[in-house]
Ligand binder design. Structure first.
Ligand code: A3P
Length: 290
């Protein structure tokens, strides 16, 4: 953890009469989960939050609630994957596939019903392009975006291939509705991925207050890096860090005809999500900025 954010030690002292009692850090089930969305800025969000002295996390995506093989290892196994935390610290876990997962909402509710859920969403077409690039690089695919998400219908017009995963992961309304069957809206903090890119401290202020930790990460902890073209974080003094090359990739231009069919496809879902989740920032989506 960084000195710039740290003011306290590794153990909590609780006063017991005149004698302070040291409480050793313990592994507990997570207090909060970053559940999605994939390519919404989840890694950056976690990385920035890990600089907070009252926040600890396992940096790996544990896929406990979405993968049957992991879930069957049991809650005790999951608890042991968590870092040890002092009573005043919050334990975070992030697996962005928890949001679209059909099984995760009920499993999370049954296991940690009072958990706080954090969701960072982004323009669904921008998310899709980011995911397309990620998959292309990761799996060395050669297809174009057009081939990845559209085909030609019988009447000769362009149509989206609805069963493609990168499209489904951008349907936030469906996933949100599944969570709301189990959780109260107040239990989920929804952040704008666009605002997080522009002014990360604004979204981080919301997270810190949602998690009940002090406002240790602030505007002065960030600077815009012209090479990276993204906000980076100051550590001690003037030195800072940016996210790696796999975060903040340059997106390809989307052909107008492809953009149009994607826009038509996502508009009802965005409208429904905005209404259900009361997220007014969705108004800036689907305006051709990819
Ligand atoms: P791109 O690489 O397509 O631009 P995730 O961590 O969920 O996979 O999200 C990746 C996205 O985080 C990146 O997508 C990038 O836009 C976004 N991001 C948000 N803030 C960032 C930052 N300060 N530095 C780098 N990427 C950031």
């Amino acid at each position: 953890m960084d000195d710039a954010f740290r003011r306290d030690g590794n153990e909590s002292s609780v006063r017991n009469g005149p004698h302070p009692v040291k409480i050793a850090p313990k592994r507990r089930l997570p207090d909060a989960l970053i559940i999605g969305v994939k390519k919404g800025g989840t890694r950056t969000l976690l990385t920035f939050l890990q600089k907070h002295p009252q926040i600890v996390a396992n940096s790996d995506e544990l896929h406990f609630f979405d993968k049957d093989a992991n879930f069957s290892k049991g809650l005790e196994w999951y608890r042991k994957q968590m870092p040890a935390a002092r009573p005043d610290q919050v334990i975070l876990e992030k697996t962005p596939i928890y949001f679209p997962s059909l099984a995760a909402p009920e499993r999370i509710y049954d296991s940690i019903p009072n958990v706080k859920l954090i969701l960072i969403v982004r323009d669904p077409i921008v998310r899709l392009v980011s995911d397309y690039l990620h998959e292309k690089i990761h799996y060395r695919k050669t297809w174009s975006l057009e081939e990845a998400v559209t085909n030609t219908a019988q009447n000769g017009s362009l149509a989206v291939i609805e069963n493609r995963n990168i499209l489904k992961l951008s349907l936030y309304d469906e996933a949100y509705s599944r969570y709301m069957k189990f959780f109260k809206p107040e239990q989920m903090l929804i952040l704008s991925g666009e605002k997080f890119i522009r002014d990360p401290w604004v979204e981080l202020e919301k997270v810190q207050s949602f998690l009940g930790v002090r406002q240790a990460i602030r505007k002065e902890n960030f600077y815009f890096n012209p090479e990276k073209q993204f906000m980076c974080m100051r550590s001690t003094g003037v030195n800072g860090f940016c996210m790696g090359d796999n975060k903040g990739r340059k997106h390809p231009k989307v052909a107008q005809k492809v953009y149009q069919v994607l826009k038509e496809y996502f508009t009802p879902s965005v409208n429904r999500f905005a209404l259900l989740s009361q997220s007014s920032f969705c108004n800036e989506w689907l305006h051709g900025e990819v």
